[in-house]
Design a protein around this ligand. Structure first.
Ligand code: ZN
Length: 255
């Protein structure tokens, strides 16, 4: 039996799958891993949260980066891996998708917002740091390009920032607590494209294992959790997901 067939069996046998995704699922959409050579942080210093809130020059620099598309998110489309995950969710097999990604590609592939836990926020829109009001990037870009206006909240005048969790910014406590609860409650954790080197990602598979779940990891490179995994595939996520959750798969499960 191949490893993909074994993964298929693990998924079929599970009743509550928690999917955990990282940069590796989106590299197949052409989005480079931030931390990899050639990724964003090998070319420029991240702007820390305190720099953003404390300096107009840093805010201007941050927005210039966002609007110039330097992180290469804009226009990217979900790939076979995202669509396979969406089928797992649509079938009811996967209850939740926990992601470290900020590229909105799980939503774009059809995963409902209430099934998604974004640990690092979302780069496709902005929020007011004071009142939380959502702002769309397109309107902000227009005023930035036309008048050099650094975005502020149209309601309260507070600072507006992309909804990504920056370095130096607190993790979203509610999302993290929910991710930990789902990790304890699942009977299979399926890790897709995370190097599991960044907290809290690294802790979630351990939590799942301690709570009695099986752990399957699909990642091109080795991870620090490989030795506790029940199944390990160093293969393309898109190809694996097309095989273990093929088109039409969710429908037959749901019926
Ligand atoms: Zn506001």
């Amino acid at each position: 039996m191949s490893d993909r067939q074994r993964l298929s069996q693990l998924i079929q046998a599970a009743s509550r799958v928690a999917v955990f995704t990282g940069a590796g699922i989106s590299t197949e959409s052409g989005i480079p891993d931030f931390r990899s050579p050639g990724g964003v942080w090998s070319r420029m210093q991240p702007i820390r949260f305190g720099e953003f809130t404390g300096s107009e020059a840093k805010r201007r620099e941050a927005w210039t980066r966002t609007f110039s598309g330097v992180a290469r998110w804009v226009g990217r489309r979900p790939n076979a891996g995202h669509y396979g995950v969406a089928r797992l969710v649509a079938s009811g097999k996967a209850r939740v998708v926990i992601t470290q990604n900020v590229d909105n590609l799980h939503q774009d592939s059809g995963v409902p917002a209430e099934r998604l836990i974004e640990l690092h926020g979302n780069a496709s829109y902005a929020v007011c740091l004071d009142c939380g009001l959502r702002h769309e990037l397109e309107a902000l870009k227009q005023r930035f390009d036309d008048a050099g206006e650094i975005p502020v909240c149209r309601d309260c005048g507070g600072l507006v920032k992309t909804a990504v969790i920056s370095f130096g910014q607190a993790m979203p406590a509610q999302a993290l607590a929910r991710a930990e609860a789902e990790s304890r409650a699942c009977d299979l954790m399926l890790v897709l494209g995370s190097s599991l080197q960044v907290h809290p990602a690294a802790g979630l598979p351990l939590t799942a294992k301690r709570s009695g779940a099986l752990l399957a990891i699909v990642n091109l490179d080795a991870t620090p959790q490989d030795e506790i995994a029940d199944l390990l595939l160093h293969e393309s996520i898109g190809e694996v997901m097309e095989e273990v959750a093929p088109y039409g798969w969710g429908v037959s499960v749901a019926q």
